[in-house]
Design a binder for this molecule. Structure first.
Ligand SMILES: [Ca+2]
Ligand SMILES: [Ca+2]
Ligand SMILES: [Ca+2]
Length: 326
């Protein structure tokens, strides 16, 4: 008896560790990231220009962080990879002097002198008094620039920091596997509007959840009950959670996975719902599992869903991701 009990505690822990280590051996983080052997990290160049803050946020959504070069060697390797693959002359890096002017720090609070700090001639110059964010030129020079300007950027994930959710086949341990539904779910407690929620789920290689059965509705109700929803600020609607269905084109309610809503296995509206007419064209679920229409700009909790059906544990990531990659 004692041994069985002991095993039942040790075994899942062991599985998790094995899962992580096996994944680190495979050197796989995400399909859209490239592993550089010399730096033991994964990188992705984002070709769409964003402000510095948006760039930082985008990397975090993908489970990575905004790149800065930790050493001269890493700078050399990444710049040479960048020069071989993309034409951009400059990129944002994860260094600012937000806290105190002219005291430059990385996003994880390392002083700039501890990392690659090859300023260009005359830089940093805080031109116009508005330059707090650091960019890297393809010649290897750093420059401070206006954080509101939009530049491409690189996200980085170190091999050492890679954690693998074996059941969900994702590099995100916050997803919870449901065996009966053959899917994984993550309840997000940071309120977002509908399109932001779609973006976050997509960046996590998932999609804004779609209910396909009463069983799934019941499970999402339970997930919502269990979520630590107290003390969250910034919600504009309480008592409902955003889901992946909408009527944004006015052509009838549809899900982001199948259409129309009535054909997707679950279309149980709440009392008197939908009641918002043309103002409320985004989908949500009341805490009791019934569907509700809300205005798309409202900020709500939301749930991301990730299919694991027909996937073996060792298989690289899902094809569904490609459909939503922008
Ligand atoms: Ca400058
Ligand atoms: Ca579903
Ligand atoms: Ca409503």
């Amino acid at each position: 008896m004692v041994r069985v009990k002991y095993l039942s505690i040790v075994f899942p822990v062991l599985l998790t560790l094995l899962g992580t280590n096996a994944q680190q051996t495979k050197k796989f983080f995400r399909k859209d990231y490239t592993y550089l052997t010399t730096t033991e990290a994964f990188y992705k160049i984002h070709t769409i220009g964003r402000t510095w803050s948006e760039a930082k946020q985008r990397c975090e959504m993908e489970g990575a962080s905004l790149f800065y070069a930790g050493s001269d060697d890493e700078a050399n390797d990444v710049i040479s990879w960048w020069n071989q693959t993309q034409p951009f002359f400059a990129l944002w890096v994860g260094i600012t002097d937000f806290l105190v002017m002219d005291v430059y720090e990385t996003i994880d609070c390392r002083p700039i002198l501890e990392v690659y700090s090859n300023w260009g001639p005359g830089e940093p110059n805080n031109a116009g008094g508005v330059e707090d964010c650091v960019q890297l030129y393809r010649n290897g020079n750093l420059n401070d620039d206006n954080c509101g300007k939009k530049y491409p950027f690189i996200c980085r994930k170190t091999l050492e920091s890679l954690q693998w959710n074996t059941e969900c086949n994702l590099p995100d341990t916050d997803y919870i596997y449901n065996e009966a539904l053959e899917a994984c779910y993550k309840f997000h407690i940071d309120p977002k509007n509908w399109t932001e929620a779609v973006t976050v789920c997509n960046a996590e290689q998932s999609y804004l959840a779609v209910i396909n059965s009463q069983m799934e509705a019941d499970y999402l109700v339970k997930l919502t009950e269990d979520a630590k929803k107290d003390k969250v600020s910034g919600l504009s609607v309480t008592g409902a959670v955003s889901l992946g269905f909408h009527n944004r084109d006015g052509g009838g309610w549809k899900t982001i996975k199948c259409s129309p809503l009535e054909d997707c296995g679950y279309a149980e509206w709440g009392n008197q719902q939908p009641d918002g007419g043309t103002n409320d064209t985004c989908g949500s679920m009341f805490y009791n599992g019934r569907l509700n229409d809300v205005a798309c700009h409202h900020k709500l909790f939301y749930i991301c869903e990730h299919d694991v059906r027909n996937k073996t544990l060792s298989e690289p990531l899902d094809e569904a991701f490609n459909q939503y990659t922008t």
